[in-house]
Write a protein that binds this ligand. Sequence first.
Ligand code: ZN
Length: 164
Amino acid sequence: MAIRNLRYQGDPILNKRAKEVKDITPRIRQLIEDLLDTMYDNNGVGLAAPQVGILKRIVVIDIGEGPQVFVNPRIIATDGEQTGDEGCLSVPGKCGTVTRPNYVKAVAFDQEMNEFEIEGTELFARAMCHEFDHLDGHLYTEKVEGELREMTYVSEDDLEDEEA
Ligand code: ZN
């Protein structure tokens, strides 16, 4: 288990385009494990490799239904609209309202480099849009409607209650 250091808004690496992954090397395998560890350690629902300073097209998401790994993801269809609050581990303590598609269909590769197709709605669709944007150097703060707000404080105990 290895927790990597997060990069925060203002770090130029967060504005760069990440590169396609060609092969799943031992280093990439380690990176994927570390991304998952780092996401869970920070109570995040998603994390993209540039957020730990690695410009590779890799994303992990877990909205509470188990981990999903995306290598070289691509959105191939969207539908509808949802407007809601979003936060980011690279923009700590803040949240803001963002409109995203309510349905997203994507293709990506898994950690064995097998291609798969996946669909999601609501939070999962939002998480895919948010995380995949990181791979192109975009933060949700560019899309916020109105002001970026201070996140309401939620204690660890409350989070644990929710998950129980
Ligand atoms: Zn983010």
